[in-house]
Design a protein around this ligand. Structure first.
Ligand code: AMP
Length: 368
């Protein structure tokens, strides 16, 4: 009676085991430094046996898959045809999808009779209209090469949106929300009547806001300039933009706690990094306030979004003219609702739980 949720990375497997009816968390573990995913699943099989769980007898496995392209709008039962289609999407997500696929193959090998489901980071954003998802580039690049904005962190944005609906005691379909997932990766989502109508990440998770080590949106001409003037090749540039930019580039570390400590000790680069980080979030908030006709709540989640009153304050400060006000005491005491008594817009701090959302999707498949 259990559901196993798998997040397979290139050299690690994170798994969480839930009771399939109550969704009580039975086990959670990160298996690191694996040579391949078959080895990882063998380690997991042994660990699950400690809890008396035989992996071949569980109800279902839910896999996080980063990129579902335009093909996958919702959680999908995995079969051979699915594997072929998802393999064809690898060029869109070369950093993530191969490991996700390896995890699926290993799961099917070790437990052939257990159904596997794929849950995509992109799926929630498939409701975006063309004006939001198209790039102003030649049509052919969209129709032939599938170059468009997809968005990521969808499982997290959806999960916190459902939690916000519970807190506000209103159906999600009646709510307009702006959700900020602020961790090492950072993205925002404009949710209209429960559906994503825009999000800050694009064809890849590199677009949009400033992140831990990713630059977010920059002038695309910088890439050509670096190739011509500095003789950098495309791999070097992509590596720099993904792994050596963002907070890391400006402050020397991608860990916001360390950046805040450095700022407090007078480090000017750390102060600049935090100003840039919060400024871009605030601009994003303004954009989404403009496209949503009325906003019920702003939601903060992710490691930073859940734990940094400083970032909440820097993003929401001075926005009384937009109906947004913070209660400083509630913010500093880590309350769930941190808006002031006069704020027209609720400001919520909600822990995300992507694994639980994946388990909820799988549970719906199993029992509805
Ligand atoms: P995540 O990727 O969601 O695990 O988030 C990681 C980020 O959250 C790192 O930049 C951490 O420094 C940041 N973080 C975690 N706890 C805190 C905290 N108490 N204050 C500020 N940032 C935090």
């Amino acid at each position: 009676m259990s559901i196993l949720v798998i997040n397979a990375g290139s050299s690690s497997i994170k798994y969480t085991l839930y009771h399939s009816k109550t969704l009580e968390r039975i086990d959670h573990n990160l298996i690191e430094e694996i040579r391949d995913h078959h080895e990882g699943f063998e380690v997991m099989r042994t660990q699950l046996l400690i809890h008396g769980i035989d992996i071949t007898q569980i109800n279902a496995i839910g896999h996080r898959v980063v990129h579902g392209g335009e093909r996958f709008h919702e959680p999908t039962l995995i079969d051979d045809e699915f594997l072929a289609e998802i393999t064809a999407l690898i060029p869109l997500a070369p950093l993530h999808n191969p490991a996700n696929i390896e995890g699926i193959i290993a799961a099917r090998a070790i437990a052939p009779n257990v159904p596997n489901f794929a849950i995509f980071d992109t799926a929630f954003h498939q409701s975006m209209p063309p004006q939001a998802f198209r790039y102003p580039l030649p049509h052919d690049l969209y129709h032939t090469n599938h170059i468009r904005r997809y968005g990521f962190h969808g499982t997290s944005h959806y999960y916190v949106a459902t939690q916000a609906a519970q807190i506000l005691q209103k159906p999600l379909e009646e709510l307009n929300l702006i959700t900020f997932h602020i961790g090492n990766g950072v993205s925002a989502c404009a949710i209209e009547k429960g559906k994503s109508i825009d999000t800050s990440m694009g064809m890849t998770p590199l677009e949009g806001l400033m992140m831990g080590t990713r630059c977010g949106s920059i002038d695309p001409s910088i890439i050509g300039y670096l190739m011509r003037e500095k003789g950098m090749n495309i791999d070097e540039i992509e590596s720099m933009l993904n792994k050596k930019s963002g907070l890391f580039a400006i402050a020397g570390t991608n860990d916001l706690r360390s950046v805040i400590d450095a700022k407090d000790s007078g480090d000017e680069n750390a102060a600049l990094a935090i100003d840039m980080f919060a400024y871009r979030l605030k601009k994003q908030l303004g954009e989404y306030m403009a496209i949503l006709r009325g906003v019920n709540a702003i939601v903060f989640t992710g490691g930073i979004g859940e734990h940094s009153p400083l970032i909440h304050e820097m993003v929401c400060k001075g926005l009384e003219h937009l109906g947004i006000g913070l209660d400083e005491v509630k913010n500093r005491s880590n309350d769930i609702q941190i808006q002031s008594s006069t704020s027209a817009v609720a400001v919520l701090v909600i822990p995300t739980d992507e694994e639980r959302q994946i388990a909820l999707y799988v549970q719906k498949f199993l029992y509805s």
